[in-house]
Design a protein around this ligand. Sequence first.
Ligand code: SF4
Length: 466
Amino acid sequence: MGENLFSKVWQMHEVQKLPSGESQLFIGLHLIHEVTSPQAFQMLREENLKVAFPERTIATVDHIVPTDSQERPFLDPLAEAMMKELEKNAKEFGVAFYNPASGKQGIVHIIGPELGLTQPGMTIACGDSHTSTHGAFGAVAFGIGTTQVRDVLASQCLAMMKPKVRKLDVSGKLGKGVYAKDVILKIIRQLGVKGGLGYAYEYAGETFENFSMEERMSVCNMSIEGGARAGYVNPDKTTFDYIRGREFAPKGAAFEKAVKWWKSIASDSNAKYDDVFKMNVSSLAPVVTWGINPGQSVSVDENIPDPKEMPESERQSAEQALQHMSLNPGTPIEGTKINVAFIGSCTNSRISDLREAAKIAGGGKVAVGVKALVVPGSQKVKAQAEKEGLDKIFTKAGFEWRSAGCSLCLGMNTDRLKGNEICASSSNRNFIGRQGSPQGRTLLMSPAMVAAAALNGKVVDVRGVM
Ligand code: SF4
């Protein structure tokens, strides 16, 4: 039997097997940001260590950076202190830092691919759960903790247990108004938020093969929400076309040589997997979450489920979710009133996301009483959107047009929900308190669905307003 990409890339990067059974894995690219790196750098200082491969280490600022005014000093003293700390660490340890003045700043999982840093066959680590995004390129990419950030800074290696590999074989063409976000939310609903524990997910089949790189990134991004350690798509022409010409991509003959190698690391047609899951998405409808984890979702035309009709194992969490969300079982999710609409995050703040949302926003007006934000994932996405006039479409409709950052995806900056506000969000997590208010409520959905909710002041089926 042949081998899958994950096993091939893992073997190529395995320095040695450790007595613990873990692999010492060489990391090709280490992405760092302001939240999980300060303690790691401090540990290096205490041990009198240097960054082993500064040329393989790239820093940006995303979680705490304000998205309204980015003038220095930031109004929030904690954000300013974290920014200064990263500036100091990057300078002292010789690491490239893409700050807002660089024109290349943005959410770490947006800028890696757009700069051409993320390439097939790489091992990539970052102190952030959604590092799985980079798997869209056929890379083996993991989120790591602060101590592991220290390990990678000091040695460019990680000690890791090799996960099993599950192939998610998805077929079918998506209908109008249905997006990659809906596919991954459906997969997580189907397999559960813990369904991927111990696995890396290979997204295969005609649906993913026909996806653009941006759609593949949205899917891989949320692998972690389904419990998987990583997620990837085999590299193909779509991947190579995306990478070609980007700043850090190989050039000329080196690019052609790289393509040859990238092709060779794709899963063999007779590759072995630890598990295979099949799904057809031809009749998939837009998906909306009703609960407090990304697996608690329904199609927009379904009712909110009744915990009494759920398996015992899911009942308690569903009851807690409905209580927090103040939603009633057996009622349609469509029509749920919202206070805030957020288009952004490393899942859905790329140019194609903004284009789809702008198609819905164009000519409309944000409903009275709704605060609506569009936050591009990077400075480059923002510039491209402005070139296309998308900013004008959004602002004319009453959305706020912001600068690049994580913004309302999580409550670590000045964009936060207040009280028990309910937010239609294109982000990836609906955990209690995620958007900055302990009582705040999050409904996850695609960017187009968020735009439609913003205009209507409630959850609507985007297929009906296209
Ligand atoms: S956008 Fe959200 S999920 Fe993505 S890196 Fe930022 S905080 Fe994390």
